[in-house]
Design a binder for this molecule. Sequence first.
Ligand code: NAD
Length: 477
Amino acid sequence: MKPAHYVNGAFTVAGTSFPLRSPVDGSLAGAVPEAPRELVDEAVRAAGAGLAGAWGEASVEERCEFLRRIAGGIVERFDEFVDAEVADTGRPRELAATVDVPRAIGNFRAYADLAYGRPERAHPTNVPGWSGGGRALNYTVRRPLGVVAVISPWNLPLLLLTWKVAPALAAGNAVVAKPSEETPSTATLLAEVIDEAGLPAGAFNLVHGRGAGGAGEYLASHAGVDAIAFTGATATGAAIMRAAADHITPVSFELGGKNPAVVFADADLAEAVEGTARSSFTHSGQICLCTERVYVQRPVFEEFVAGLAERAGAWRDYGPMISAGHRDKVLSYYRLAREEGATVVAGGGVPRFGDRRDGGFYVEPTVLTGLPESARTVREEIFGPVCHVAPFDDEEEAVRLANDSPYGLAATVWTTDLSRAHRVAPRVQAGIVWVNCWNLRDLRTPFGGVRASGIGREGGEYSLDFFSEPVNVCVRI
Ligand code: NAD
């Protein structure tokens, strides 16, 4: 798959290219063209023109039909999408085939259904004191925001891109998407599918390139962009917010996390160990929802740590870090943890496979204990297959520890005490709290973080709310 931009209904490879490396073995995997500023300008202009033309004229039925066609297009090219996602990220094939690509299809289908079924509101009004008689019919319609910039990360490239593109299009916006420079392939395939689905020119545009100093930064500061939907690191969110400030461009932000799991002594321990292993090591910890802080009630602490260390040691079929740079960052935290006084109870290094993967960007699933809450390893997002486990004594302490973080994306509570689950879950400062499970997602439910983990919610109606604004019309009758 050769990454290409898609602007105003046409593909181009304009711009100088930079190399793309396979995270599996470090080999040269291709080249990504960096969209020049003029091409970003053209994409924003084309999006505006699309809104003023055929795409802006399309009815909600027509838009939803386009979304279904896009879903159908991904179904037809399912294996190509899986291959491209595996090539860019090195993730296990099964993950791409059972999560990433099916979810992309689901995103387009779900928003086709949701957007079509959305009611508008009317308020018959009677304000007796109003001069001349206060009878009116108020009705509220939602209109698209306009040109929406979608800036997405590398960790779940297709899933997170379509999670924004589908509702943005369903609500009638035109999109300029800038996927991560690390993972350009499935975005390019998506542009092909959208092209084949016959969307009017300008409705969807794709520009590749880097973030800071590249196409991403330029797009975020563009005067022609009416809203920015961004998923990525918190520091990047701050930079985008600054770039957006000049034009008061609204933002929807899904940012980083340092997600806690709280394991009470009454939990089903085997389930809690298995669930925590999954939540810490799946996709090598490169999911924003992954657990990096685990708090375990003291009577079961030793048993839990031993169980989790065993699972970490036996964890197989894991993918690499996305890049050499990210691998080095994660390894620097493994070193830092030791310097800060951690006990490394599992992992902590680089695995040896005896095959081509030894040239790739792998790190071992790692379990740490013994650090104070003030340690950087416990406070900062690492985004690798690693968690720190610490003991607690009672419910109050568990809640305090879970909340002692600048972040607030997701949390997991393990307990068999129903009352405790309902007491604790709402007190945890996170946008998403799971009880006795992890990453069980219904696409209609709100998704997002508090504090440094984001602004706004995505999912179901929440995405459609962000991607449209209500306009009230008051007609005197
Ligand atoms: P990143 O912030 O480095 O990059 C994300 C995107 O932003 C990329 O497309 C990048 O090119 C672009 N970008 C970078 N700097 C920019 C700038 N100054 N202006 C405009 N665009 C810019 O993030 P990443 O490393 O790709 O992804 C990992 C991060 O994403 C982690 O922090 C993770 O927690 C977070 N994440 C959050 C969620 C969520 O739903 N909350 C989901 C996935 C990932």
